[in-house]
Design a protein around this ligand. Structure first.
Ligand SMILES: [Zn+2]
Length: 230
């Protein structure tokens, strides 16, 4: 991609992921939003209040780090945390935000997702934190999200939803789906009771394995190599 393009491929990628979120039941109506970094100074983000299935590349606005936007449609009201996370995290090229059902239900209790299952490590650590509540679109929400994502690729937002980031928008999308799946499993385990939480040593081993081999389902595109493991 040359910097001289109008970003058509990135705009289309945002639409594709928005439609995939709806298809997979991770979003309902127009909740949720997706951003992709264009360069150090700007990013594309889904527009506010538009049905995903009618989106066209020209509907996707560009926002710069000062918060100025360009295009025919207003950016999502959550552009601020997208900007601040992309600014704070060189490892993030894209961000997916949803109000997916189970992750949001859990976030409405203010709970993090602890190490109840080894796959929690796909978010980069021993738990998936829950950022404290702040009003949508606010700087306080953005600050809480950046803090909750420290050393992680995903977090819950209390009484709100989920954020997942990735080195590609596909990776961020897959992680958002995995967090929803983990949240659903954790809710069910809580309903049974006596959930066994993995210890630090057990989780460190998994984190190290993911670092070395990648997780089977969530490896970044380009990191999956053919051949047998040596
Ligand atoms: Zn939201």
């Amino acid at each position: 991609m040359s910097s001289g393009t109008a970003g058509g491929d990135l705009r289309q990628a945002i639409i594709d992921i928005c439609c995939a979120l709806a298809r997979d039941g991770l979003t309902h109506g127009t909740s949720g939003n997706v951003s992709i970094r264009r360069d150090a100074q700007s990013f594309f983000i889904s527009p506010t209040g538009m049905a995903y299935d009618v989106l066209e590349p020209a509907d996707i606005p560009l926002v710069d780090i000062a918060g100025k936007w360009f295009g025919t449609r207003r950016p999502s009201s959550e552009w601020r945390f997208h900007r601040d996370i992309l600014k704070a995290r060189a490892d993030a090229s894209a961000i997916v935000h949803t109000h997916s059902r189970h992750a949001t239900a859990l976030a409405c209790t203010g709970r993090p997702i602890p190490a109840f299952h080894y796959m929690v490590a796909v978010a980069g650590g021993e738990d998936i934190r829950c950022a404290p509540y702040a009003s949508f679109g606010s700087q306080a929400l953005s600050d809480h999200a950046v803090a909750a994502l420290d050393g992680r690729k995903a977090c819950l937002l209390a009484n709100h939803g989920v954020i997942a980031l990735g080195a590609s928008v596909e990776a961020a999308f897959k992680l958002a789906g995995e967090v929803e799946n983990l949240a659903a499993q954790y809710c069910q385990a809580l309903a049974i009771g006596d959930v066994r939480i993995l210890g630090q040593a057990e989780m460190r081993e998994v984190i190290e394995k993911f670092r070395t081999y990648g997780s089977q389902d969530l490896a970044e595109p380009g990191l999956i190599r053919g051949g047998q493991p040596s």
